[in-house]
Design a protein around this ligand. Structure first.
Ligand SMILES: Cc1ncc(COP(=O)(O)O)c(C=O)c1O
Length: 404
């Protein structure tokens, strides 16, 4: 294509598509050669696969009354929020959801964002300005990593679940403020952080504790209240929680929970809150209905954890190194000689599982900082014993094939 053909007044200029972005072609090729190419497979309903890849842990995304709540809110408020929360983007649905989230977790106040990613970005950038020490677990989610990069505070990444390292860094702090950031149930291996020990340290060192409950809300703690609430930490004045509405609550969006002052601070300073169109009213209504279902059926969370433990059990019996689930997530390590072989093994195993009726997720570098790819299986409350036992048989076939 030449400039004159585009009509952009660049006659005579060679608009070769590679110029300026040729390096992207090279990076794409390198990624493919390393076995790390990601794709966006369309979700199809009629594939006949049991879905262990999604995060719809309580199967609420298609619950008739959750869907109906979204539909009614759309009819009442329209398809989108129409503006920032500070302008036209706050509806009664947002306020009702914020009250419901605070009541459910026991936190004093909630602020809803348009995604969990933005909730983390908003919370950390607002709560860790210059002269703040941020201590972040090495396996924290990418949204936390990105938030730490954007925040003005000094970031120290500590080894995964290493409470001793958190203490050492806190003891040597030179900043006025400190913020310790962790997930409560980790997204890759599904194991729990020691929130009680972290909070003890935070209190001793005048630090704040931020806990991402994305994989805990709805599935961990009594009735799915999350791990902070389970340990009576949700209302502590130095504790802030973040969560997503897009996993067990079956909707979309995120929230930050904390004191009324924290809420005021976020509304006034959190850029992903101020400069982003508010959460769609339909998502707010759907999430609130999902919370009502959780309150009415507190055993849902126990059921999911029971399913996850059974999956871990059949996987171990099939020779896999399975994580110990604290919520819905079970992860299976694909140990191999090097990261590329591990990634290839994970992709091949996931494909075998798919052709045998189970869709699972694959975590490869950089999602797994230790270079060991994982199969990530998310339990949901509708899985029967028979289905999980069949999964065990398929997993043992994969394992034997890998050995052979
Ligand atoms: C631990 C954790 N935090 C935050 C997020 C982001 O949530 P959302 O998908 O609502 O943006 C995720 C989702 O992948 C997550 O796993």
């Amino acid at each position: 294509v030449t400039g004159s053909e585009t009509g952009l007044g660049l006659a005579g200029v060679d608009c070769d598509a590679g110029v300026g972005l040729a390096w992207v072609d090279q990076v794409v090729a390198e990624r493919a050669a390393a076995g790390l190419r990601r794709s966006t497979p369309a979700r199809v309903g009629s594939e006949g696969c049991i879905d262990l890849a999604g995060n719809d842990y309580l199967a609420l995304s298609r619950h008739p009354s959750v869907v109906e709540a979204a539909r009614s809110a759309t009819t009442l408020w329209g398809a989108g929020a129409t503006g920032s929360r500070l302008v036209t983007g706050t509806t009664a649905e947002h306020e009702l959801l914020e009250s419901a989230l605070a009541a459910f977790t026991g936190a004093p106040a909630a602020t809803v964002f348009s995604s969990g990613y933005l909730a983390n970005l908003g919370a950390i950038t607002a709560l860790a300005p210059a002269d703040t020490l941020i201590i972040s677990d090495a396996q924290n989610h990418a949204s936390i990593v990105d938030a730490c990069r954007l925040a003005r505070g000094r970031v120290v990444v500590v080894d995964h679940l290493d409470v001793g390292a958190v203490e050492r860094v806190l003891r040597e702090r030179v900043e006025t403020r400190a913020l310790v950031v962790t997930e409560s149930v980790f997204s890759v291996d599904g194991e729990a952080a020691d929130l009680v020990a972290l909070q003890r340290l935070c209190l001793a060192h005048d630090a704040a504790l931020m806990v991402d409950e994305a994989h805990a809300i709805g599935v961990a703690g009594p009735g799915g209240v999350g791990l902070a609430a389970a340990h009576s930490l949700a209302a502590a004045p130095n504790v802030v929680l973040t969560l997503t509405l897009s996993k067990s609550l079956g909707a979309q969006g995120g929230a930050v929970l904390g004191s009324a002052a924290v809420r005021q601070h976020l509304v006034n300073t959190a850029r992903p809150f101020i400069f982003d169109t508010g959460l769609a009213p339909a998502s707010a209504a759907a999430a609130r209905r999902a919370l009502e279902i959780l309150v009415a059926e507190p055993n849902l969370a126990d059921q999911v954890r029971d399913r996850a433990r059974r999956i871990a059990g059949v996987a171990r019996a099939s020779g896999w190194a399975a994580s110990e689930p604290s919520g819905a997530v079970v992860s299976l390590r694909c140990d191999a000689a090097d990261p590329k072989s591990s990634a290839d093994l994970a992709v091949a195993a996931a494909e075998f599982l798919r052709t045998n009726g189970f869709r699972v997720a694959v975590f490869r570098p950089p999602s797994v900082p230790d270079g060991v790819s994982r199969l990530r299986l998310a339990a949901n409350s509708s899985l029967s014993d028979e289905t999980i036992d069949h999964l065990g048989l398929v997993l043992s076939t994969v394992k034997e094939a890998a050995r052979g």
